[in-house]
Design a protein around this ligand. Sequence first.
Ligand code: FES
Length: 109
Amino acid sequence: MSFEKVAEASEIQSGNMKKVMVGGREVLVANVGGKYYAIGNVCTHMKGDLSKGILDANIITCPRHKQKFDVTTGKSVEGPKIMFFSPKGKDEPKYEVKVEGNDILVSTD
Ligand code: FES
């Protein structure tokens, strides 16, 4: 498995997140309680930009229709809200993360 440096640890403080590009894909890197996680950044519903959403502990809420994902697993924990129904959401891909010194690296595959 190969990794690519995406940010410095000091850039993503606990409770924060950042959109990065890895292997041509948009990836969301989130810091939850001092540990880093990476999932797809493009919402599986209608391509909302998750980095513009709200991160509350380990749950990111899409800014468009409020689908919620667990950033530690990529799983959709609540579907998008459209009018009066809330279909089941699709999961985001999850990527491996490692920290070397002050560098955050994300797997390219
Ligand atoms: S685009 Fe994310 S919930 Fe619709």
